[in-house]
Design a protein. Structure first.
Length: 272
C-alpha cells in the first residue's frame, strides 16, 4: 500500500498540475508499517530514508527476501544475497571492503559490506569540507581494547588495523553527515559548516583500482536540518533532472533558486 501511495505521489509531482503536492497519503501508509514515524514527533531523516528505500525494495525486488522485513537503522548494515535485486539496489546500493590486519601476526582478511547510505563523521566544530569528512571515514583505524578482533591465525583476540575502500560505487551515492553525537553524556548537534561541491566530486581516491573509472559525481539533492535534536525543521534542495534548475522545498513553498544558494550551513543528507 505504501509503495502504491509513493507511485501516486511521484505521478502527482511530475504531472505539474499543482503548485505543491502533499505526501500525506504516502506518510500515512508508511507509518502503518513503521509506527516510529507517527505524526507530530521529531524524527531522523536518514532513518526515514532508509525505511523508504527498504519498503520500495521489498515491493519491487526480483527474487527472495534481501533486506528483510525489519527497518535497518544502520546505514552500513550487511545485506543478504546480492543476487536479489530491485531498482533500489541498482540505483543506490554500493559495496565497501574492509581490510583488517592483525598487528601480532600481520595476517590480513577482507570483509565486504553493502551500503545504501554512507554515514560520514564531521571532523570539525567550525567548518570543513566533504572531502575532509570522506578522508576521516576512509582513514586507517586501530582496533584495540573492546574493539579487538579474533584472529583466526593467532587463535586469540588481537589488536588490528582496518581500512575501508569502495569496491562498487552506486549510481546514486547518499552521504549522511553525522551531526548528532554524544557530548558529555548528552546527545547534541554539530552546527559545522560543511562545504560540498556541486559537480566533479571525485571518489577515486577511496575506490579500489578496478572500480576507479566513472568515479566522479554531481550533486542532485540536499536535505537540510535546522534547529536542534528534539526541535527542528527539514527542508530540501533538488535539481530538476530535465531542466537542471535547482528548487527549494520548504513545506508548501516551492521556489526556484540559483546554483549559488545550493551550498547551505544546515546540510544533513547529500545525494550525488
Amino acid at each position: 500500500q505504501s509503495v502504491i501511495a509513493f507511485g501516486c505521489l511521484m505521478s502527482d509531482m511530475w504531472l505539474g498540475e499543482f503548485d505543491c503536492v502533499s505526501p500525506e497519503v504516502f506518510h500515512s501508509a508508511l507509518e502503518k508499517r513503521y509506527p516510529a514515524f507517527r505524526k507530530k514527533t521529531q524524527q531522523d531523516a536518514q532513518e526515514f530514508l532508509i525505511c523508504v528505500l527498504n519498503e520500495l525494495h521489498e515491493a519491487l525486488k526480483v527474487g527472495a527476501q534481501l533486506f528483510g522485513r525489519r527497518c535497518v537503522s544502520n546505514a552500513k548494515a550487511s545485506r543478504g544475497s546480492a543476487s536479489e535485486t530491485s531498482i533500489i539496489t541498482q540505483l543506490f546500493e554500493g559495496q565497501l571492503s574492509y581490510e583488517i590486519t592483525c598487528l601480532e601476526c600481520k595476517t590480513t582478511a577482507e570483509r565486504p559490506e553493502s551500503f545504501t547510505v554512507l554515514s560520514l563523521p564531521v571532523p570539525s566544530k567550525s567548518a570543513c569540507s566533504l572531502e575532509d569528512c570522506l578522508k576521516c571515514f576512509f582513514q586507517q583505524d586501530t582496533l584495540t581494547w573492546n574493539n579487538q578482533i579474533h584472529c583466526s591465525w593467532c587463535g586469540t583476540k588481537q589488536d588490528a588495523v582496518v581500512k575501508g575502500t569502495i569496491t562498487k560505487a552506486p549510481q546514486i551515492i547518499i552521504f549522511h553527515l553525522k551531526r548528532f553525537e554524544w557530548q558529555d553524556k548528552h546527545k547534541g548537534k554539530l552546527s559545522t559548516t560543511v562545504r560540498y561541491p556541486l559537480s566533479d566530486l571525485d571518489l577515486s581516491p577511496y575506490a579500489a583500482p578496478p572500480f576507479r573509472r566513472d568515479a566522479e559525481y554531481s550533486l542532485c539533492a540536499v536535505v537540510n536540518h535546522s534547529g536542534f535534536l528534539d526541535d527542528g525543521h527539514y527542508t530540501a534542495l533538488c535539481e530538476h533532472s530535465v531542466t537542471k534548475n535547482w528548487y527549494s522545498f520548504d513545506d508548501e513553498q516551492v521556489t526556484e533558486i540559483p546554483d549559488s544558494s545550493v551550498q547551505t550551513d544546515t546540510a544533513y543528507l547529500l545525494f550525488y
